[in-house]
Design a protein around this ligand. Structure first.
Ligand code: HEM
Length: 405
């Protein structure tokens, strides 16, 4: 798309380039594969030097390799709030599995994986269709313009994860604000830690209430399963609740912006709604909202791509760069809804691969076609360069998407 470059958006220290050539492509230097070097040294915010992995094959192999730890006590993230390390500047909660290695990771993830099966997510589809339909009807009943984030993307994903977990949707004002604080790199480490504390307290109370009044939801199933303590269920619950709505909402809103900016691709999707499943995978690849990459640390010396990585060094795997690797995806900077996208790394890879990916997929597969069916003339209500981009959030996206119809 012929849009102007995005301004630098990261007030926090980041060694990664952050200026994107347009709202959809990763920062040019980050995803520059011309040198053919899939791994290179990277200077971290606190001054130490580690490694940046940008090649698809190498990224996959790091993420599948048990010699690389995801442990928070080891890893140093590629971004830091001023004065704070690691990434969120807040101590991980018990049950916060993203930061764990086996066997602790396996112990927490296993009972959860049992509740997030593809089968269970498929069974949720009719309910998601209903949620999407209700939000679209409410939007259609109002006068344009509207903010698609507030009116559609955020309510759909928040309602879905609330129902699944058993969190009252009426509490959304508080948990949406606290999730935004947690993922906003503009927020101070102290404010983020306070937000984490509030979310943790909220989930602990809900978990305790399930011990006396169980329901048909994930928190109750975890209580019933008996493997995890109340504190662990609450910590995992905070992760699921926050990651569970912010991420997919970002993908829906940014994905809509991308489709509106690629009219020929959008026309193909409107002509053939059967394209939706593949379109979702291509949007996930093309947009890769996990834009700061995944931090890992080798537990022993490892040779990788001709480099010697010493035990304890910091490694950042750039999912955005890997998903634009021409060795894996031909003409990678082109949004092509009909391309073969298998093997993209938008959900990560290996034992930490996104637990919510089947939920996210179903939400997106239902939401995009329904949105353009209901509003065939949907258009941006502001010039594209005025859409506020969320480069300052842990997940890339748009803060608002003003649309009209
Ligand atoms: C992990 C991306 C939606 C829950 C991850 C990871 C990525 C990711 C890249 C791997 C992190 C790592 O290796 O360190 C996304 C994207 C989403 C999305 C792009 C939406 C489009 C969701 C949803 C949920 C969720 C809807 C919850 C229902 C989780 C959890 C983990 C995770 C619990 C940690 C898994 C583990 O450490 O074993 N996600 N996610 N995500 N995601 Fe998602």
């Amino acid at each position: 798309p012929t849009l102007p470059p995005t301004p630098p958006q990261c007030p926090m220290a980041s060694p990664l380039p952050t200026v994107r050539p347009n709202p959809f492509d990763p920062p040019t230097d980050l995803a520059d594969h011309r040198g053919g070097e899939p791994i290179r040294p990277l200077a971290y915010p606190d001054g130490h030097t580690g490694w940046l992995v940008t090649g698809h094959a190498l990224a996959r192999s790091v993420l599948a390799d048990p010699r690389f730890s995801a442990g928070s006590e080891l890893k140093r993230a590629p971004v830091a709030r001023p004065g704070a390390d690691p990434f969120f500047g807040v101590p991980a909660l018990p049950g916060w599995m993203v930061d764990m290695d086996p066997p602790a990771h396996t112990r927490v993830r296993r009972p959860l994986a049992g509740t997030f099966t593809a089968h269970r997510m498929k069974a949720l589809r009719p309910r998601i269709e209903q949620l999407v339909d209700e939000r679209l009807t409410a939007m259609a009943d109002s006068r344009p313009p509207a903010d698609l984030v507030e009116r559609f993307a955020l309510p759909v994903t928040s309602l879905a994860i609330c129902e699944l977990l058993g969190v009252p949707y009426g509490e959304r004002a508080a948990f949406q604000r606290d999730s935004a604080l947690l993922f906003s790199l503009d927020a101070s480490a102290e404010d983020a830690a306070l937000a984490m504390d509030r979310l943790d307290g909220f989930l602990r109370e809900l978990t305790r209430s399930r011990r006396t009044r169980p329901g048909d939801d994930v928190l109750s199933m975890l209580v019933e399963d008996g493997t995890l303590s109340t504190e662990e269920i609450a910590g995992a619950g905070v992760l699921l609740l926050t990651a569970g709505h912010e991420t997919t909402a970002s993908s829906l809103a940014l994905g809509t912006f991308a489709l509106l900016s690629h009219p020929e691709q959008l026309a193909a999707l409107k002509r053939d709604p059967a394209l939706a499943d593949n379109a979702v995978e291509e949007l996930l690849r093309y947009l890769t909202i996990f834009h700061f990459g995944v931090p890992r640390t080798p537990l022993v010396d490892v040779e990788l791509g001709g480099r010697l990585l010493r035990a304890g060094e910091s490694v950042t795997v750039s999912l955005s760069a890997a998903n634009r690797d021409p060795a894996k995806f031909a003409d990678p900077d082109r949004l092509d809804l009909s391309r073969r996208t298998s093997g993209h790394l938008a959900f990560g890879h290996g034992i930490h691969q996104c637990l919510g990916r089947n939920l996210a997929r179903i939400e997106m597969r239902v939401a995009f076609p329904a949105l353009f069916r209901r509003f065939p003339d949907l258009a941006l209500a502001v010039p594209p360069e005025e859409v506020p981009l969320a480069g300052d959030m842990g997940f890339y996206g748009v803060h608002r998407l003003p649309v009209t119809w």
